[in-house]
Each structure stands twice: as C-alpha cells, then as structure tokens.
Design a protein around this ligand. Structure first.
Ligand SMILES: [Zn+2]
Length: 480
C-alpha cells in the first residue's frame, strides 16, 4: 500500500526530533568516551591506522552474530565508543557492489559498479589512502580472507576498469611497493590459462618474499616485503570459519603477522577485509554468516590489543562496503518469535554440505539417509535437541522434492552455488530460527561505522561512504 507523502512527513516529524535527541546524546557520548584523544588533540596524526571492512556486513549481520554467540562477551566492534552510519550508493546504481564501494572507502570518491579505484569514465586513476600513506613513508598492509585480487583489497592497491580483470589486478601488487599482502591467494592466477608462476616470479623480482604456511608467516621478519597466504580454495579464498580446519591460518593470524611486520617509527596503514560474510549472505546462510562476522571480529580483536598498547597514536575504523541479503532478525513465519540458538545446530557451511550432496548424485544415498544427514549437520528433525527442530509432513515433502532435484543435478534458485536440497535445508533452519532474507544480492541500507582511538570522534553521525576515506585522509594527514 502506498502512503501519502505528506502523511509520511507528519508521522516522521516527531520521530525525527526524537532521533535528533538520540543523535545528540550519542554524539555527546562519542566525544566523552575518548580521553586519550582529548588529551593529545589532533595536532599529531595517528601513527597507526587500521581500516576494517566487513564485506556485506550490515547492522543485522552484527546482531545476528551476537545472538548466535549467545552468552559469550559481545563482539569487540559493539563495544567501540564511537559509531555512525554511511550511505553506500555507486555513481550508476543505488545498490552498490564491492568495487564501487571499495573505491569510495579507499579513495573518498564515487565510481561506477565494477570499477576499481578509477573515475567513472575510466579516464583517470584515483589515488588510494594506502598509496597516500605509502607516499608519506608509512608502511602499508592489505589483508583479506578472500583472494587478494578480489574487489575490496584490489581497490586499495590497484586501478582497473573492471574488477573481473583479476590477473592484471594481482600483477599490480608487485608495483604497489606495499610492504605486506596477507590472506588469500590470487584468483587471477588460478583461473585457467593464467600462469601462477609468472605472478609469483614478478612478485619475487619486485622484492617480495612469498610464504604459504604458518611457519613461514611466523618466521617473517621486518626488512622484507611479503605476500603471505593460507590454505585456499579454487577461488583463492580461505575456508569458512564454520567448517573448522584445525590449525589453518585465519584472518586474525594475518593481522597479527602484519602488525609485527609493519610496526615501527614510520607507522602504518592496514586494511583488513572479512570477505566471506558477503558470500554467506548471498547464499542466505545465516549460521555461516554469523561465524564469518565472528571471525572478522576476532581479527579486529588483534588490532584492538595493539591499540591498547598504543592508544594515543592508533586509529581503528570498522565498517562495511554494503549490506547483503536484506537480512532480517524476525520473520513473517515466526512473528515476534525468535530462536537464533537453533542456528548453532548447523555444523557446516552451505558450500561444504552442497559438496556432500553433489557427491551423492551417483546414487547410493536414499532420501531417508539424506534426512539423517540433515539431522546431523543442521539438527533438522532432531526433536531430542529441540522440539522446534521437528519436521512437519509438508516440510519433509518439500525436502524430498529438493532431494530429487539435487540428485538430478539441479542447481539452487539463488544462483550462488548450493544445490536445491542444501538450499532447502539452510532456508528451513533459517526460517525456524526467525531469520528472514529479502534478497540474494546486496541492498542499499546504510552500513554501520565504528571507531576508536586518535581522531575517532570524527566518525560520529550519518554520512556517505566517501566521507570515511576523507576523514581518514584528514585525521592521518595523508594529503599534501
Ligand atoms: Zn557481494
């Protein structure tokens, strides 16, 4: 039903004044909770700057992660003294993508969908905060748990008309001169026909040491430039946190190593991306997304420990490039009922479970056996754990239909990978938990911003994503 605009304004007016008061108090508490900064003033810029980007991480994703964590302490980012929100639109689309949003966060300027730190017409490169920091003598680190040539990290060191030119983007790591690249491998060097050897050789010729395991990362020492990566999948990304993996290197390890490599008189700028929150949200997999937010927050905890050792000279900013999935906490099926604890029964990501289902396609796994797997990996049908996990005959019939489609080689409706059975199971558990999804792509809702440390109070309020880079440039005195 469409609402009359004047009516909306009349309803919105008192709400706005309430909002203004809330904003006033928030602003007051923002500046009041930063004694370090008030004492030192902004006369000397922070020596150390962290920019954390949760890809696809809206406010709902953060809340979801806290609900799924249960009684554990709240996420580190939730305890930041300063918060704000940022709009995310691109030049040519209200609902942005990671390249255009990454460009805004990296350069303070808007561009078109798919463009990596270049003008909308691709006629000019935009200088990035990382490049500015490097030019001013600071050390620079770029960290992501997806491939290092993916859109978000690329926006800080590369310039490209299309984010899909992965190989050319990866090659620009070598000419960046940045001291540290950490996390994923290069997708461009894994795509067929692209020689990984040439990329690795070019990196080595440009003075980079390349390490691919924990021992190598822990032995890395200052005085060299590094590209460090962990166990990666065929897209160059590290695995989902929910899928475990024992001693596998995670985002937090790469942040810890980066601090060791970059700390010193010259100071540093470090960008850290949690890239797979977005991927889990594209697949509408709430449990996996919650674990990814937690993984990102754990990496943030490493930066916060560093901040506590250098409170008067460190700035930490956390934000997202965009929301993904239109995640809602509370759904039409459950009304006011919310049972996020049910998501703890999910033991693997949609990706890993879908891999299992695909391996059944040759036959030998009957529908009852598939239901046993659903019970083991999603808790669905296991009323001994929770009666809310019971499957009705209608739900069983829906799963049987999805099972048949998967056995016949069908792909899921979302287009983001999972087969029909996996998609149905994830969706069913989400629905019972009270989780809703409005989309399998990004949305235009503003993203949260959190800040702590030197100059953090500048991040209070509502602004555009380009302002985040502009604020960092101003606070850290990166522009000549
Ligand atoms: Zn995305």
């Amino acid at each position: 039903m469409m609402m009359n605009h004047r009516l909306v304004r009349r309803i919105a007016a008192p709400a706005f004044s309430l909002f203004a008061w809330i904003a006033f108090f928030l602003t007051s508490s923002c500046s009041g909770s930063l004694p370090d900064d008030r004492q030192s003033g902004l006369s000397r810029p922070p020596r150390y700057v962290f920019l954390f980007i949760g890809d696809g991480m809206g406010s709902a994703q953060i809340k979801l992660a806290e609900l799924v964590r249960g009684r554990k302490p709240p996420l580190a980012m939730s305890a930041f003294p300063v918060s704000g929100t940022a709009s995310t639109h691109a030049v040519d689309r209200e609902v942005t993508g990671s390249a255009a949003a990454g460009t805004a966060l990296a350069t303070g300027r808007k561009t078109t969908i798919g463009t990596i730190s270049m003008s909308a017409d691709h006629s000019a490169d935009f200088e990035t905060v990382a490049e500015m920091a490097g030019r001013r003598g600071m050390r620079v680190g770029i960290v992501s748990n997806v491939s290092i040539d993916h859109a978000t990290p690329a926006c800080f060191y590369a310039h490209a008309a299309s984010r899909d030119g992965y190989y050319g983007i990866a090659m620009q790591m070598a000419s960046s001169g940045f001291e540290y690249f950490g996390g994923g491998f290069a997708k461009g060097a894994l795509d067929s026909g692209r020689p990984a050897g040439l990329l690795l050789r070019t990196m080595r010729d440009s003075g980079y040491a390349i390490v691919g395991d924990r021992k190598g990362l822990e032995n890395a020492s200052q005085g060299k430039k590094y590209w460090a990566y962990g166990d990666y999948d065929r897209s160059g990304a590290l695995g989902y946190r929910i899928d475990g993996g024992g001693d596998r290197l995670r985002l937090a390890d790469f942040v810890r190593a980066g601090i060791g490599l970059l700390e010193g008189e010259r100071g540093f700028f470090m960008m850290v991306e949690g890239g797979k929150i977005d991927w889990a949200c594209h697949a509408n997999d709430a449990a996996t997304a919650a674990h990814e937010v937690e993984d990102f927050d754990e990496a943030l905890g490493v930066a916060l420990s560093f901040y506590r050792r250098h409170p008067g000279e460190t700035l930490v900013v956390v934000t997202a490039d965009h929301e993904c999935g239109g995640l809602s906490i509370g759904n039409a099926a459950g009304g006011y009922g919310l049972h996020p604890e049910l998501l703890r029964h999910q033991k693997v990501s949609f990706e890993v479970f879908s891999g299992k289902v695909c391996s059944w396609a040759g036959g030998g796994v009957s529908f009852p056996m598939a239901l046993d797997s659903a019970k083991a990996y999603f808790g669905l049908g296991d009323v001994s754990r929770d009666f809310l996990l019971a499957l009705s005959s209608r739900e069983k019939a829906a799963l049987k239909k999805a099972y048949r489609a998967s056995m016949n080689g069908g792909s899921g409706g979302s287009g983001y990978g999972p087969d029909p059975l996996t998609e149905a199971l994830v969706s069913m558990l989400n629905s019972k938990a009270g989780i809703g999804w409005a989309s399998d792509t990004h949305t235009a809702v503003p993203v949260p911003v959190f800040a702590i440390g030197k100059g953090a109070d500048q991040f209070c309020g509502a602004y555009d994503n380009t302002d985040i880079a502009k604020k960092i440039i101003r606070i850290a005195a990166l522009r000549d």
